[in-house]
Ligand binder design. Sequence first.
Ligand code: CP3
Length: 356
Amino acid sequence: MSHLKNDTFLRALLRQPTEYTPVWLMRQAGRYLPEYCETRRRAGNFLNLCKSPAMACEVTLQPLARYDLDAAILFSDILTVPDAMGLGLYFAEGEGPRFERPLKDEWEIRNLTAPDPHAELQYVMDAVSEIRRALDGSVPLIGFSGSPWTLACYMVEGGSSDDYRKVKSMAYSRPDLMHHILEVTAQAVVKYLNAQIEAGAQAVMVFDSWGGVLSEAAYKEFSLRYLEQVVSGLIRERDGQRVPSIVFTKGGGLWLESIAAIGSDAVGLDWTMDIGRARRMVGDKVALQGNLDPNVLFAPADAVAAETRRILDAYGNHPGHVFNLGHGISQYTPPESVSVLVDTVHAYSRELRARG
Ligand code: CP3
């Protein structure tokens, strides 16, 4: 991986020794940064920002200019895939994502097809290539997608939901239709991630943000099974380099051992489980990514540093840890807290390695 100036993140995902623990943050490019808000204003709205490769590239690089982060993540959204399937994504001001045409009728569901990533989603591939050029080998670029289950939640609910009533009703009353949506969506996700890898993504992450709302049995049937299908379909190597994958089920701590068994290189953890306990459960079968509660960043600097050290201590001096938050960074986060976090991860993990 000598083409990268800093490949610490990729080595940690492959559970190889690193001089320090690499760190990046979910939603690291976003509204807590005034420069992001400025670019979004210029774009007019969030979707225009995603659909302009030049502006998506610009905001991807913003957090890297401020902080010593070990990876960049493509600026986009998980809902680009159902948008490309024809559901009509829009963002109502202050209300989060919505679809003009959520999935309701059997007829619509039977007509669903996996989009060609080089047609409706070419703007994402163009952003990936442009970001890779701009990064110029400084740090690796992460590509991403939503999980089939999480995408299906938005496609059936028509937007965010408190109770997942529509999608769960479908899962329990018409499992055949639910599985059809998940099957087509899993094919779409595989094509989409592989196209990102071909365009230059050096690692990929699958966000299963709503897997944790399911029962264990339903999780295995409607989410994990399709996560496994996605991971099995991914390109493993590109230009002679391994392309590691990360699977993140928010609320999936109880099912960690099953998640660690589907073949991904790494598992993302939310903040609820102690990462030391997680590591004892999975050993060195997978790398772990996480898991600071994003709300810690609202505390004073010494508390941010102390909670960060607590997680590094809990994981211990083993390879295979990528530091991250347990979920996306809040838009209200003071940007200074992120400097404290990133600098503490680097300094304290070097200290732990020196102690042996
Ligand atoms: O991590 C990064 O910096 C890359 C960019 C990224 C965004 N969304 C940008 C974004 C990534 C990886 C996502 C993933 C995503 N999108 C998920 C999975 C991760 C998670 O948080 O669980 C989900 C569920 C979505 C769907 C989505 N997009 C929601 C629910 C919302 C509205 C909520 C909110 O935070 O406003 C979005 C909008 C969105 N996606 C924003 C950003 C920066 C905010 C939009 C804005 O600028 O107004």
